[in-house]
Write a new protein. Structure first.
Length: 102
């Protein structure tokens, strides 16, 4: 029984580390997104979005930022032509500091 508790604790640590690494990558990448980039350019830079919401004139892609218990979406907005019209990086998403993975 003790081995299961140890395995569960190890898995939880790995999961939080992956979340922090993914958040850091997303923060750095978000800072590099510029207006006018195509969806393909953003996908190459940031990978597949965790969310894709259709809007009246285009799409909004979401990427996670934060810890396993406190997430904030990073949003990349595209116009009908498939080019970036704006972005919302989390306030801490400058890429200058790694999230702690609370």
């Amino acid at each position: 029984m003790k081995i299961y508790a140890t395995l569960a604790a190890a898995a939880a640590l790995l999961l939080s580390a992956c979340t922090a690494q993914e958040s850091y990558k997303n923060a750095v990448s978000c800072a590099e997104v510029t207006v006018g980039m195509t969806q393909e350019q953003v996908r190459h830079l940031m990978g597949e979005p965790t969310g894709d919401d259709a809007t009246g004139n285009g799409h909004t892609w979401s990427y996670l930022f934060g810890s396993a218990t406190d997430t904030q979406p990073i949003k990349i907005m595209f116009g009908a032509d498939g080019q970036v019209t704006g972005k919302e990086c989390a306030p801490e998403a400058s890429g200058a500091e790694r999230p702690t993975g609370n």
